[in-house]
Design a binder for this molecule. Structure first.
Ligand code: 2U9
Length: 344
């Protein structure tokens, strides 16, 4: 039995030495030290031994078990150490290596222009209002003094979804809804940015979906000069302090009187260049005094309240600002185009 134990120890240690994985070592532990292992078996045979020999044999058996256990632990540590070293070796980061440039994105040029314009009007006391893109015929047309079968309706081809619902053709319905919520009490001072839809053939200057920013101010004694003041400040903040604006008579069903608003050319300072088509002026938006019918339909008494409104196309502003010739660039998501606006 003594030899058996010694042999077992030698054999186990041998195997432990040649083990190349933690798993193998675990298997050796179970194989030799497990309940069904040979050492346990030897110990079970102890009963056949003379009583005086048992303690010695017992001690030997424990020594063998101890020897195998400590050898196992030693080699497990060695293998774990080796594994860690290998991991460290593979994972060592050469801190002298240059980092991978984190490609920082930036706001879409349209978003940048819209946020810049929003900040300008928020700075003048306007708040930003938003509303549904799927609008009712009432808010998109009738509330804006465009009754059913009004010829001006066809001016802008609309995406009708049903008899009464369409994709809004301008953000004016947001103002009409906001005025109604004021229950005939002023002041109302909002801008409404957002997507609008017109059944148009896309080309360099037209898109079936584009952005708009409209503005509205309704209160007692709001005059055209207030509109001119607000738009002058807007133009100077966006295109340069030395800019001037010019108002030309125009027509919109929802404003009376109506004007087209030009800004003095920021390329040639009004001397005339290709950007301003040699006129010295660039048209940037339309505006006017809110039509009394529109005030009335929204619950405001036109004898007490007056208001002004304006509307602009952010794409047009961004194209002027960045010298972009084709409106479709804004929607094509071509990184070569978008990366030009990196403000790194
Ligand atoms: C209410 C009353 C009046 C909004 C206005 C314009 C003039 C205008 C154009 C700008 C570029 C449309 O996208 S565009 O081609 N818009 O010129 N918009 S006045 O007038 C309103 C709006 C709401 C209740």
């Amino acid at each position: 039995m003594q030899d058996r134990l010694i042999t077992l120890q030698t054999e186990a240690i041998e195997k432990i030495e040649h083990a190349s994985s933690l798993k193998e070592l675990q298997d050796i532990r179970v194989q030799y030290l497990g309940k069904k292992g040979p050492i346990t078996e030897v110990l079970r045979g102890m009963g056949q031994l003379p009583a005086d020999e048992r303690p010695k044999m017992g001690q030997l058996a424990n020594d063998v078990r101890e020897a195998i256990t400590s050898k196992l632990d030693e080699n497990i540590k060695k293998l774990e150490r080796a594994k860690l070293d290998e991991q460290l070796a593979n994972e060592t980061i050469d801190v002298t290596l240059p980092g991978r440039p984190i490609r920082k994105g930036n706001a879409h040029p349209l978003t940048a222009v819209i946020e810049e314009i929003e900040d300008l009007f928020i700075g003048m006391g306007f708040s930003v209002a938003e509303g549904p893109e799927v609008e009712t015929d009432y808010y998109n047309f009738e509330a804006l003094n465009l009754p059913k079968n009004h010829p001006a309706r066809d001016m802008q081809d609309s995406f009708f979804i049903t008899e009464d619902f369409l994709l809004r053709t301008q953000t004016s319905p947001v103002q009409a809804r906001t005025m109604e919520r004021h229950k005939g009490k002023g002041p109302v001072k909002i801008i409404s940015p957002g997507k609008v839809y017109r059944r148009d053939t896309d080309d360099a200057t037209h898109s079936h979906q584009f952005m708009q920013i409209e503005g509205l101010m309704v209160d007692e004694n709001v005059r055209m000069s207030d509109l001119k003041g607000i738009l002058t400040t807007f133009a100077q903040k966006l295109f340069g302090e030395e800019r001037e604006i010019r108002l030309r008579p125009s027509f919109f069903p929802f404003t009376e009187p109506s004007v087209e608003v030009d800004v003095s050319c920021f390329k040639c300072n009004g001397k005339g260049c290709p950007i301003c088509k040699r006129t010295g002026w660039i048209e940037i938006l339309g505006a006017g005094m809110v039509h009394p019918n529109v005030l009335e339909m929204a619950g405001f008494d036109p004898k007490v309240y007056t208001g002004f409104a304006f509307g602009m196309g952010p794409e047009r502003i961004a194209m002027l600002k960045y010298g972009i010739e084709d409106i479709r660039h804004f929607y094509a998501n071509d990184l070569r185009f978008l990366q030009q606006f990196n403000r790194s």
